[in-house]
Design a protein around this ligand. Structure first.
Ligand SMILES: Cc1ncc(COP(=O)(O)OP(=O)(O)O)c(N)n1
Ligand SMILES: Cc1nc(C(=O)O)sc1CCOP(=O)(O)O
Ligand SMILES: [Mg+2]
Length: 216
């Protein structure tokens, strides 16, 4: 699995989405999930067609939220599927083994099922309340991540877990200590006036262990 930081796009229009994605890439994000909810197929397709070459230019991973068929049609790097979206095993059969499939989880059992069904990474959340997504699952908090990650370890289940939901810079180190692999964020990057600095600070915390190891 690549980056420990996934940017989930925001914006009510194609133009705003493209602007936000472009800025995130310029500031150093190398993994974009295009999330454009409640839009027409035509507009979602048009956005995806523009985001794909942009991500290629920045050598960034490009995955599509929800829409498995769109991901295949535009040959994205993969798709992210929620608990009420297409099932992971069906998506795997449809996309093949070369594409990335991410799955949303809120419990240990969700992760167990996703792993059995061929998921590549988990988006585990929400960490705390966030206005970015409606109909949130129960909030996990730090203790929720700790308990689930401990259970994964005990059961020898290995899969990269990304924390998601209302995450801020100061949450990253304590979250990493629970055993997660990385984070998926939307609001903090979209709303930041100093995106490059923020992404650098996030990465310093996400890769702190590796940086320490390299210095030894
Ligand atoms: C990395 C990551 N984790 C979780 C989600 C949420 O997916 P889902 O539950 O399908 O909700 P929507 O994003 O579709 O509203 C995600 N998108 N990415
Ligand atoms: C898209 C999404 N899924 C979540 C989940 O808990 O499954 S929370 C969330 C929103 C993430 O955006 P922000 O960083 O702005 O809170
Ligand atoms: Mg979804």
């Amino acid at each position: 699995m690549s980056s420990k930081l996934q940017y989930i796009s925001q914006g009510e229009t194609i133009e705003k989405q493209l602007h936000n994605i472009h800025q995130a890439l310029d500031a150093g994000c190398n993994w974009v999930q295009m999330r454009f909810k409640d839009q027409t197929q035509k507009d979602t397709f048009a956005l995806a067609e523009a985001v794909k070459p942009l991500c290629e230019k920045y050598a960034a991973n490009f995955i599509v939220n929800d829409d498995l068929h769109l991901a295949k049609e535009i040959d994205a790097d993969g798709v992210h599927l929620g608990l009420t979206d297409t099932k992971i095993d069906e998506a795997r059969a449809f996309l093949g083994t070369s594409k990335i499939i991410g799955g949303t989880a809120n419990t240990f059992e969700d992760i167990e099922n996703h792993v059995k069904n061929g998921c590549d990474y988990i988006g585990l959340g929400p960490f705390r309340f966030t206005a970015t997504k409606e109909k949130l699952s129960p909030i996990l908090g730090l203790s929720g991540y700790f308990d689930i990650l401990q259970k994964l370890k005990k059961n020898k289940i290995e899969i990269p877990v990304y924390a998601i939901g209302g995450i801020t810079l100061r949450d990253v180190s304590p979250l990493m200590e629970t055993g997660i692999f990385g984070i998926a964020v939307s609001g903090i990057i979209t709303e930041s006036d100093e995106k490059e600095k923020l992404i650098q600070q996030l990465n310093e915390k996400l890769y702190a262990d590796l940086i320490v190891q390299n210095r030894r």
